[in-house]
Design a protein around this ligand. Sequence first.
Ligand code: NAD
Length: 346
Amino acid sequence: MKILVTGGAGFIGSAVVRLAVARDHAVVNLDALTYAGSLENIANVADDPLYAFEQANIRDRAALDRIFAAHQPDAVMHLAAESHVDRSIDGPGGFIETNITGTYNMLESARSYWVARGKPEEFRFHHISTDEVYGSLGAEGMFTEDTPYDPRSPYSASKASSDHLVRAWHETYGLPVVLTNCSNNYGPFHFPEKLVPVVILNALAGKPIPVYGEGLNVRDWLYVEDHADALLLVLEKGALGRSYNIGGENEARNIDLVKTICGILDQKRPKDVPYADQIAFVQDRAGHDLRYAIDPSRIRDELGWRPSVTVEEGLERTVQWYLDNEDWWRALQNRDGVGQRLGSKG
Ligand code: NAD
């Protein structure tokens, strides 16, 4: 299968690209290389004959049409997005343009390509989204695919909008789509502005480890390579027009996750005082959703998917990866906004 992956130079997209090539799929990686993208993330496949790269922006419809015509993909996995909630609070415009208008461009470009080819039934447009579209849970309950959408940040609202567009293109034009909504990912190549790498890198640098509010927000953590595996499974076996929630059934309060990472560092890179002493509670994010939890019954029961690593194993691997890949993260720490408090303008 030849897959057009958008956002393949980002955190999750690069895991998808690496796994797809390892499984002998041809991959065309379409990425604008924004501040969040890095070709280092897919350096191990760069010379593979199965791999091609196209630097292009999903806001640019003409570029998308050219890429569809040039590469003739069998499927699309659409991950390109602005992805950082804090940046969406400071500057929502880019989220509207990339996540909503960019997805609209992808749908229209894919549709005209699909129509020109005689509407092949086996074509797939896989839209990758987030559990944040469902809003915030209290202490009880889990998100199912039938949970009403209730996004509360500019980021999640833009992703929710894009999900609605994808469903509309399926219902209205018959475009063969599948959708997935996943919980928080962590793992190698995670951009150093997101919680898990911030904790690891601030701990190593001897800096305060910032925890928003009282650290009581709960997220459901999934190792990125397990997410990539689930995404390829849904692409190949998912029912047409259907949505699948993907989660690791690993709920943790932020403060507990941070302490776990500190404990792993205490073992791997010991110093005289525990890393947890560096934890510093800071002003909370505006509109910070309290709790997300995914009910993954559908993908488990219908497609037989299960995560392969526990959160303890995944975090251990992740910390080790950051210890082993200092050149990668040091280069990214100079990028715009990294290391600054973002999202405080809400
Ligand atoms: P990321 O920010 O690490 O990567 C995004 C990639 O998209 C980058 O390579 C960037 O260069 C590219 N990109 C951004 N704007 C673009 C544009 N206009 N045109 C072309 N390329 C562009 O994001 P991520 O964490 O890998 O997330 C990927 C997808 O998965 C997103 O759609 C996100 O909403 C979704 N998602 C993320 C998580 C998570 O925990 N990170 C969880 C669930 C779903």
